[in-house]
Design a protein around this ligand. Structure first.
Ligand SMILES: NC(=O)c1ccc[n+]([C@@H]2O[C@H](COP(=O)([O-])OP(=O)(O)OC[C@H]3O[C@@H](n4cnc5c(N)ncnc54)[C@H](OP(=O)(O)O)[C@@H]3O)[C@@H](O)[C@H]2O)c1
Length: 279
């Protein structure tokens, strides 16, 4: 990766935790000025202050809930009017391990808003300046789940598939420029992601330890690959091999069968109850 210059700015969404905080720390260490964006005001502010003090960089915290279109538009405006913007990391996201019929439809739609709509709007805001300067990168955090459209993971897999396909096609449109698009597709990463409310029916203990990675290794892999033309980046050699198999259409039924989650009895009961009350 080429040397970072002080007047380069990186914007990271979902910066207050997990992979986002890790991206922010590593970029600050490399001398980027930072726009750290998250919905948790004290945490993102604290991160910005910490990075500014520790690395002597400019770090600004923006509080935005990316399910709110007005908040996304305001962040987009900020990106479009930041002439030193060199890197955008569309990282904010969350999981939802429920059958479509059992999930609150608003949770499903919020996932589309955060993973898809915010990613598209922020990317479209960042690109014109990057194209004009003929440099810059957008990292869209997808997932290996993009190739696992299985029962119990439909909203997540479908939104992450959108992110991967969007990134691939977009890089093709930008082939005559030095602007790079990456779809980062991690497998299982040790963050707070699996502890969230929507992931209660997911048991991390059932996943072999060998398939887990640290945020540090995932982010390092993403940053190393920024100067390459590869769009789909799958961190870790095990995941990389797994990902290649998962992308083969002929193996898709097997992948879906392995990844399939049984319907949680709790939510089934809840849905039945709702059905009774709704008449
Ligand atoms: N961990 C994994 O195994 C894994 C694997 C593949 C891909 N990923 C992807 O990696 C990305 C980062 O996840 P992570 O593992 O670092 O999880 P995390 O530790 O839960 O961090 C996600 C961050 O995104 C923020 N966020 C969620 N919804 C938001 C919203 N509406 N507006 C603004 N910020 C929002 C979260 O804030 P709150 O804490 O307030 O919700 C949190 O700070 C996600 O896109 C995820 O899908 C994760």
């Amino acid at each position: 990766m080429e040397a970072f210059r002080e007047n380069r700015t990186a914007a990271v969404t979902g910066a207050a935790g997990g992979l986002g905080a890790c991206f922010s720390r590593k970029l600050a260490k490399r001398g980027y000025a930072l726009l750290v964006i998250d919905r948790r005001e004290p945490q993102v502010q604290q991160l910005g202050d910490e990075l500014a003090t520790k690395y002597g960089i400019r770090a600004e915290a923006l509080t935005a809930d990316l399910t709110d279109d007005d908040a996304v538009k305001s962040v987009a405006h900020r990106l479009a009017t930041t002439p030193s913007l060199e890197l955008l990391v569309n990282n904010a996201g969350f999981g939802l391990a429920k059958y479509v019929i059992d999930a609150d439809v608003e949770q499903h739609l919020d996932m589309i808003r955060v993973h898809v709509m915010a990613t598209v709007r922020l990317t479209c805001a960042a690109l014109p300046g990057m194209i004009e300067r003929n440099r810059g990168s957008v990292v869209n955090v997808s997932s290996l789940a993009a190739w696992t459209p299985c029962a119990g993971g439909v909203p997540y897999a479908s939104t992450k598939a959108y992110v991967a396909v969007f990134s691939q096609g977009l890089q093709d449109e930008l082939r005559d420029t030095n602007v790079r698009i990456q779809a980062l597709c991690p497998g299982f990463v040790y963050t707070d992601f699996h502890g969230a409310d929507g992931m209660k029916s997911f048991d991390p203990e059932k996943v072999p330890k060998q398939l887990w990675m640290s945020p540090d290794d995932v982010v390092e892999c993403s940053l190393k690959n920024l100067s390459r033309r590869r769009v789909i980046v799958i961190p870790g050699w095990r995941n990389s091999i797994l990902g290649r198999f998962m992308q083969m259409p002929v193996l898709q039924p097997i992948v879906r069968a392995i990844a399939r989650r049984e319907r949680s009895h709790d939510t089934e009961a809840g849905a039945n109850e709702r059905g009774k009350t709704d008449g």
